[in-house]
Design a protein around this ligand. Structure first.
Ligand SMILES: Cc1cc2nc3c(=O)[nH]c(=O)nc-3n(C[C@H](O)[C@H](O)[C@H](O)COP(=O)(O)OP(=O)(O)OC[C@H]3O[C@@H](n4cnc5c(N)ncnc54)[C@H](O)[C@@H]3O)c2cc1C
Length: 569
């Protein structure tokens, strides 16, 4: 077949849903193109299918390895300051982020989606999106509940207390002593408290969007073609109508493929706006500066980039409180709380309790809390670095560029520290210290013989005398920044937050949906790109604001919702 009705660009969380739902109509000829490798059922390697995701997070075989971003905000009083460039993992594999992510599967606050509706995105209020969250999932724990679906393609579950470690039990006691309620179902009524994290995982295996939506019967549909390891370099146009794509297969030269109805861009929040910009759709000044002819000026393309800024703290776990096996879940509890700062909505903050901080011998000895601002105000941008399709875009997250995010992250760090240093936790998780996903931490988290050897030595030293452990933490791990320094000095804590806040891989909002009168809207409420025809974006980039959630669930929900409208038309 050389012509399709729909060409889907990117087989990630959203692309997998779109491929399934659009090809469910036998009259639709659907082509799904993914740059990364495909791993059909039966061929999924253990590092992807494992319940422990910390290996897949940093495995370069499944990433866009050339991508570098800046996360820190610019300094208004120092224009010469350039934030450091850092790694930011984005998936390049069938299933996209859902194939390498932490498997947390949640929805966000009802007020997030009512906020989308109030921004002019008709039909996306909480009552409108809830049916699609339910449609996407099959909840193995609460199949009868009004909050849940029992027929969806993403199987979800939780780990209840009989599967927790000593670290998790201590965290529960500490959170209860601090006055937080235990909530059985994170995805039930949205309120403050702590809960067993809902995960997209069944039978101790990851359930990615590829596992759920590109299952063997779907792959056997004669009207669905899947091309893996094939990169789309260009969206083809006839005037203002998208007509197809140019592909760059791994072997062989470029080819042009025609889409009779639509090109559906599902390349994720960093790569989808780059496709539009290269096609001449975006801020006119930026396009002209790169020598790209403006096809349609759309100021919002690549703007409004959001993520959840986070910092963390870790502590040494004696052997009896660690995880006993390598391939089991390491994150058990989530904790939602309200900062009550800057008139932020309730439940604006989130923390995850982690019993194993990395796969290696050092990480196995460290229990952590990762805390993040779940309702952020800071925004950044995606621009093209060059007009060459081979080059990664220039990505500037500007995390914590809004003062309200700095204040709330600092407050979240203090609250987390109080839990870690409480009577219930201090004997279980010892010598707490501030941590961050620095380049050094990322580099040592790659599975190599060298990293195994280094972390084995560090692990042994951590198990040694207290004085050695403390020296190691101070001299090697934190570079001398202690919990006490940060808790006793508000300025030092601000500096720590500004220098160390990283995203939580929830890049979103760069082709945001919006109403007809919204000059920064890139897409309408069905993901259709404004000002052109035959072109849609469906992925995390269409969110108007990042919800108070990990973004896989909301991305899959959005794809389900838009696909439903397309096939109903
Ligand atoms: C390490 C990590 C951990 C995370 N943890 C969690 C978590 O625990 N819970 C959660 O809810 N969310 C988590 N997320 C975020 C979540 O997985 C993403 O928000 C979600 O997968 C985004 O889906 P998407 O469809 O927008 O993009 P993606 O899933 O990233 O899909 C985009 C796809 O397009 C492909 N592509 C890009 N450009 C091209 C091109 N030119 N040609 C062909 N194909 C192309 C990519 O290779 C990719 O497969 C995590 C993400 C990462 C990276």
């Amino acid at each position: 077949m050389s012509e399709w009705d729909y060409i889907i660009v990117g087989g990630g969380s959203a692309g997998s849903v779109m491929a399934n739902r659009l090809s469910a109509r036998s009259g639709n000829r659907v082509l799904l193109i993914e740059a990364g490798p495909d791993m059909p059922h039966g061929e999924i390697p253990p590092e992807i299918s494992s319940s422990y995701p910390g290996v897949a997070y940093f495995d370069p075989r499944f990433h866009w390895t050339e991508l570098k971003v800046t996360t820190q905000p610019k300094r208004h009083n120092d224009p010469s300051y350039a934030p450091p460039r850092r790694s930011y993992e984005q998936a390049r594999i069938m299933g996209g982020g859902s194939s390498i992510n932490g498997q947390l599967f949640n929805r966000g606050a009802p007020t997030d989606f009512d906020g989308w509706r109030d921004l002019g995105v008709a039909g996306w209020g909480w009552d409108d999106v809830l049916p699609y969250f339910k449609k996407a999932e099959r909840d193995l724990d609460f199949p009868e509940s009004d909050w849940h679906g029992d027929e969806g393609r993403i199987l979800v579950r939780r780990l209840f207390e009989e599967q927790w470690t000593g670290h998790t039990h201590a965290a529960r006691k500490a959170l209860e002593a601090a006055g937080y309620d235990y909530i059985e179902d994170q995805n039930g009524a949205f309120r403050d408290g702590f809960f067993p994290l809902t995960i997209s995982n069944a039978f101790d295996r990851r359930v990615s969007a590829a596992v759920g939506y590109l299952d063997p019967p779907t792959r056997r549909r004669p009207n669905l073609t899947i091309m893996a390891e094939t990169r789309v370099s260009e969206i083809l146009f006839n005037g203002l109508k998208a007509t197809g794509v140019r592909i760059q297969p791994k072997a062989g030269g470029a080819q042009d493929l025609q889409a009779a109805r639509e090109v559906v861009v599902c390349s994720g929040a960093l790569h989808s706006p780059a496709h539009l910009l290269r096609a001449g759709i975006g801020p006119a000044g930026h396009l002209k500066a790169l020598g790209i002819e403006v096809r349609h000026a759309l100021a919002g393309v690549g703007q409004n980039l959001q993520d959840h800024p986070s910092v963390s703290a870790s502590a040494y776990l004696p052997a009896e409180h660690r995880l006993m096996r390598d391939d089991v879940r390491h994150m058990h509890l989530g904790w939602r709380f309200s900062s009550n700062l800057h008139e932020a909505p309730a439940g604006d903050m989130f923390a995850a309790q982690i019993t194993k901080s990395a796969w290696h011998d050092l990480g196995k000895r460290l229990g952590s809390f990762l805390v993040w601002v779940n309702r952020t105000y800071s925004t950044g941008e995606v621009k093209l670095a060059t007009k060459d399709w081979r080059d990664e875009p220039a990505v500037d997250f500007g995390l914590c560029s809004d003062r309200r995010d700095v204040d709330r992250l600092a407050d979240g760090f203090r609250r987390t520290a109080a839990i870690m240093m409480s009577d219930a936790m201090r004997h279980v998780a010892k010598d707490p210290f501030p941590t961050a996903y620095t380049e050094q931490v990322r580099s040592i988290a790659k599975v190599t013989t060298r990293n195994k050897a280094i972390t084995w030595l560090l692990g042994k030293a951590m198990d040694g005398p207290e004085a050695v452990r403390r020296m190691l933490i101070e001299k090697v791990i934190t570079g001398g920044v202690s919990m006490r320094d940060l808790l006793e000095d508000a300025e030092a804590l601000d500096t720590f937050v500004l220098a160390n806040a990283t995203g939580t891989w929830h890049a979103s909002c760069t082709c945001r949906m919006g109403g007809d009168d919204d000059p920064m809207a890139v897409t309408d409420n069905q993901g259709r790109v404004r000002g052109v025809s035959g072109l849609r974006v469906v992925d995390a980039s269409i969110f108007p604001t990042v919800p108070c959630a990990n973004t896989n669930g909301p991305t899959i929900m959005s794809a389900e919702k838009i696909a439903d409208r397309i096939v109903a038309a």
